[in-house]
Ligand binder design. Sequence first.
Ligand SMILES: NC(=O)c1ccc[n+]([C@@H]2O[C@H](COP(=O)([O-])OP(=O)(O)OC[C@H]3O[C@@H](n4cnc5c(N)ncnc54)[C@H](OP(=O)(O)O)[C@@H]3O)[C@@H](O)[C@H]2O)c1
Length: 321
Amino acid sequence: MRILVLGGTSFVGRAIVDDALRSGHEVTLFARGRTVPGLRSQPVLLRGDRRNGDYAALAEGTWDAVVDVGGSVPRHVRQAGETLGDRVGRYLFVSSHAVYAPGAGPGADESAPLRTPEWDTEEVGPDTRGPLGVACEQELTSRYGGRATVVRPGILAGPYDGGDQFTYWVRRAARGGRVVLPADPGQPVQLLDVRDLARLVVRLVEEDRGGVFNAMGPAEPLTLMGMLRACARAAGSEVEPVLVPPETIKARFPLVRPDPVWEQTFQRDFGRAREAGLPSTPLVTTAADVLAWDRERGEPPLGVGPTEEVERVLLSYVQGA
Ligand SMILES: NC(=O)c1ccc[n+]([C@@H]2O[C@H](COP(=O)([O-])OP(=O)(O)OC[C@H]3O[C@@H](n4cnc5c(N)ncnc54)[C@H](OP(=O)(O)O)[C@@H]3O)[C@@H](O)[C@H]2O)c1
């Protein structure tokens, strides 16, 4: 198949491109060309800038499918659709679980209520990301109808992850010893290996399948404690979790969701994606691959989670209490 990927060089898109190439498809990338992918076999890169509405490089060509990983405001999707029109067969948009309104109970599926769409700003932040995503999805389906596919991933993990949330726990578990866990250890966690998401996306376009798909993982329910143990197993380390009441500390820990509303975000139903072929890589494998990648890149400071120093202070406080 001929697949056009809007984006495709950083994390999520990179995994999709890698899977598509491995599956024997012909891939074209559209991006500014600032992020260098270093993929095994380099696809053609068409340069443009969605922020400026510069889609001139896409004025010609036909593709069986377009996978949009870089659209964050509805104008991006509208302009891409206006440019590509019927020169693409299927338009798959990688959206996110942020589109869901809070409050749906555990087990909520793709029919759960969405946030109110936002059309009047292009500022993407914690309050607007979800509403802008809803507007992107509406822009897509109003143009492409049955030729539209929407994939809504939860938190993703894997090599090249710039979000650092899972990487924090992988790195922390590898260090071993006493580990501060400021949460209910039984708190559910949903985490999807980015390569599983990529397989689902490529499969959906291969099968020309429309509709909306939640994309979470792993297949079996996971808790925070289970995640920490899996990370330790991947590293061959020993960890001793030290449970701390979350309300007693200010430091924020990745993937810890004290608020019950947010806890529900980790109990979404993703049966439709599983039925469509979403794989479930064992978490130990994901953790081992993240650990290897993180070490290879030299373990730079992470954007989330407490530093070693802050955790040491927390531990001494807990020991002294
Ligand atoms: N990480 C998660 O846990 C998670 C969870 C749910 C959903 N998602 C979704 O995944 C998507 C992001 O994934 P990603 O960043 O890893 O995707 P990616 O496709 O790997 O990287 C973003 C791409 O967009 C290109 N780009 C950035 N600004 C551009 C512009 N102005 N014009 C044209 N191209 C531009 C970048 O290349 P250049 O810099 O070279 O332009 C890069 O190729 C988002 O839609 C996000 O909502 C992520």
